[in-house]
Design a protein around this ligand. Sequence first.
Ligand code: GLC
Length: 569
Amino acid sequence: MLVSHTIEIPTDAHSAPGSALWRDAVVYQVYLRSYRDSDGDGIGDLGGLREGLEAIAALGCDAIWLNPCYASPQRDHGYDIADYLSIDPAYGTMADFDAVVKRAHDLGLRVLMDMVANHCSVDHAWFRAAVAAGRGSTERARFLFREGRGVDGELPPNNWDSVFGGLAWTRVVEPDGSPGQWYLHSFDSSQPDFDWRHPDVAEHFARVLRFWFDRGVDGFRIDVAHGHYKAADLADHPGGRGPEAGHNHAMWDQPEVHDIYRSWREIGREYEPEKYFVGEIWVPSPDRLADYLRPDELHNAFSFDLLVQPWEAARFRRAIDTGLTVGRGWPAWTLANHDVHRAVTRYGQEQPSDEALPTDMIAAARRTGPANLERGRRRARAATALALALPGSMYLYQGEELGLPEVFDLPDAARQDPIWTRSNGAELGRDGCRIPLPWTTDGDTFGFGATGSRHAWLPQPAWFGAYARETQAADPGSMLSLYRDLLAARRAHLGGAAALRWLPTARDSLLAFERGAFLCATNFSGEPLAVLPQWHNLTVLVSTQPLVDPAVIPPESTVWFVDERLAAS
Ligand code: GLC
């Protein structure tokens, strides 16, 4: 085969026991609230997930990542945790949780939970106690309470913005009724940040990890893993406030954060096989990201860089190279999650030519504007096939396998994301990618809710039935069938496959690489493109568009090939 550029992978990459289980895993992300509702109250739950696990296993996945299901007032839908050691009653009981883990394991699916340790909920016992105990108390020392500036402390302690818009500080009323101190919240005011310099915090999370590991959980996705510590002086952001202020270095990615992951990795190693950690990390450069993946820290971090690229061959290739280098050959890829717009919509929109700031990537994947869904769908199919052919693990967000578009036209009154409220409606937020899934073409909630249930927590549009899982399962041309075919072919041909080797092609808009006997080609252009004559004797495994001639890659499509002779040798 032709040889061009090979990505160098350090030989010690993921040599630790246990991690090999995850390095090329396909992980299905379950946004529980919207997956399946077993009791008909309009909210997806653990009973619904248990019934729906078979669909995930049948798709060919290796694991699930469960968004937070702990006790929570749900101001940020579970990312505001009131009790880390219990299940939210809206989702079920601890017995329901255990049943999900057991059923998942029986089906060969491993289970990741979500660890939210940067902040908790204002309803957490520690925070309530802190507010009640007043200034200078040991209870307040577990959070970041500070006096305000100005004559009477009426101004916030510094100029930091919250990620969700508005100030990162909220003022409390002291026990005597007077206006009091301010507490820091990197996100919504309902999510007070812990002070990780207080020893109780680290001790608490060590206990939380062991609690869930002892129940059989196989690992954690770590929420805002570059958070947790803030620069000790909480100095003003020199960039000022607002969208133009740029990355606030004092708020994120502090050197001490790495101690957390060293200690968590140690805890994970108390188990056999070792428990796994994947981080959600937004930092200004690949080097900073790589620091989190040192051999005694996290196993993995999401390569969000690929997710935010426009539909352009050179940009995809560069993001892939960066991801492979930072991820030591086995990155965690994803093209969608519960924080960004659906892929078919993003790829169907006008493609941004500007470079997204690495720290502002979420905004880059939440653009509004008209979408050509047919084009978006073609590109999403091709991009998914490309990503699934890469070395590394792949995280699939629920509903992507159905090709769901973003729902933009929710009634204002139905919107629930704090981003919508905190930005006074300037930003739509994330509700549109969290609409409860359609399982059937008909019915009040398209099969999301138990028989007889009349509503879902976010309204499903009338056209959702056209994306129902049941119809797609029977249609070989559907998005669901494509996912099934890709995962089956990946299992058969890519398990333990070689590193990626880029291949030369006749046109820049055709990206091609081989991994041993396997070859993947993606045509980013709107024209059919011929492959090099050397490929003519290859066998086609999957094509994301109907293939008339295997020597011609259709517009906006990916084709997987195998060299049968090489595979047999
Ligand atoms: C992460 C989560 C997001 C959540 C935020 C605050 O970015 O993915 O959904 O709102 O953290 O916990």
